[in-house]
Write a protein that binds this ligand. Structure first.
Ligand SMILES: CC(C)(COP(=O)(O)OP(=O)(O)OC[C@H]1O[C@@H](n2cnc3c(N)ncnc32)[C@H](O)[C@@H]1OP(=O)(O)O)[C@@H](O)C(=O)NCCC(=O)NCCS
Length: 173
């Protein structure tokens, strides 16, 4: 192979390496909502999402631009819940979503959380959570306002065992 040639995989890997994951900064709120907009997940405040707690958010930056974000909240001393996760179309399938979810799992684990609940609607995203993070479906919940896919009227509620994930995660915490 000539030097200037590359496989799709190595190109994606190179793009992904230049993307950094950081705790959200206090001025990131509108950029986070811009990332959620293509997925119809920008309705904040709304009955589905009252507020963004930036102290519990991570952003993915490409050349300084927010191209992905993920948040969580604490429910009890040992249980947590994910809030929003989105990666801008055009930056998907490079491992950014996995790195963002890993970052919030690590943050929750350090705070003592051992079980994480996530509501998701798209079948492909539900499979993604189950395949990569060991989520199990525990129920469904009707949506109360426009949020996420307009074609799906309910959330699938899933639970993740953080200790089990920690034991198999490639990047340890
Ligand atoms: C769900 C979502 C966050 C995933 O983000 P993403 O950055 O595309 O996900 P990843 O790249 O980490 O993983 C996606 C796939 O790319 C693959 N991948 C990872 N790195 C790769 C690379 N370097 N080259 C090629 N493929 C790669 C992963 O293995 C994974 O494969 P899969 O088909 O088995 O799932 C994103 O699709 C999204 O924003 N969806 C819409 C909003 C949504 O549903 N949010 C969740 C609400 S709960």
């Amino acid at each position: 192979m000539h030097d200037h040639e590359t496989t799709k995989g190595s190109l994606n890997q190179h793009m992904s390496d230049s993307i950094v994951i950081l705790p959200a900064r206090k001025y990131d709120e509108s950029s986070i909502l811009d990332v959620m907009r293509p997925w119809n997940m920008h309705h904040v405040p709304s009955p589905e999402m009252e507020e963004l707690d930036l102290s519990r958010f991570f952003v993915a930056l490409s050349d300084g631009k927010v191209i992905g974000a993920a948040g969580y909240k604490i429910l009890t001393p040992t249980t947590g819940k994910t809030t929003l996760l989105g990666v801008l179309p055009g930056y998907g399938k490079q491992g950014v979503g996995k790195r963002l979810h890993h970052a919030r799992c690590q943050a929750m684990y350090k705070l003592g959380i051992r079980k994480v609940t996530t509501n998701s609607d798209l079948p492909s995203t539900i499979r993604w959570y189950q395949q990569h993070f060991g989520y199990k479906t525990v129920g469904t919940l009707k949506k109360v306002s426009s949020f996420g896919s307009p074609d799906i009227d309910h959330w699938t509620t899933m639970e993740m065992d953080l200790e089990a994930y920690r034991n198999v995660a490639t990047e340890k915490f």
